[in-house]
Design a protein around this ligand. Sequence first.
Ligand code: SF4
Length: 209
Amino acid sequence: MTQTLLDTDERPATLSGIAKAIHECRRCPIGFLDNQAVPGAGLKKAALMVVGEQPGDQEDLAGKPFVGPSGQLLDRYMVEAGIDRRQVYVTNAVKHFKFVWRGKRRLHQSPTSGEIDVCRFWLDGERAIVRPQLILALGTSAARGVLGKAATISKARGHPISLADGTEAWVTAHPSYLLRLKDEMKREQERLFRADLAAVAERLAELAG
Ligand code: SF4
């Protein structure tokens, strides 16, 4: 019988190998939906790795991460903070789009903790290859994927968190959260998000130093 990635612990040692492997991956139920795996993208040896939750509808259709409204918002904030996205590797904690059908629309569903933990196999593989100095996790799902445990954004944001391999992790909100807010709450969360990206940009400059 042909061995599949459902039953092997082999992990490719290149990003292109991981991109190919996740298309075949059925380690969790999300991979059985009508979707395609979306690999990370960007600089192969980037100082900064940005991790989101999972591909959205537009990312799934395009096969590229962060091309939808959240990605465009992230781009704007990164430009403002002086972070060049071309110098960054972007990926997601979960590689397939989880959704439910509502008529003809696919509505986003958050991955479970278990699904994030299973897909961490691939995120860890990307980390081992890219070897970033800093990882910025966007939202609670990404924070779980990066930290390996649950985190509360309000407590985890604004300071570096040392990971076992020596990488420094920073946590902030997911841009999709900002898109859902209104009025004063929106302004406050935008201010915090801006401050988080500024702190990451400053830390990157120090490390490049
Ligand atoms: S979401 Fe991750 S673990 Fe689940 S099937 Fe896709 S690649 Fe595999």
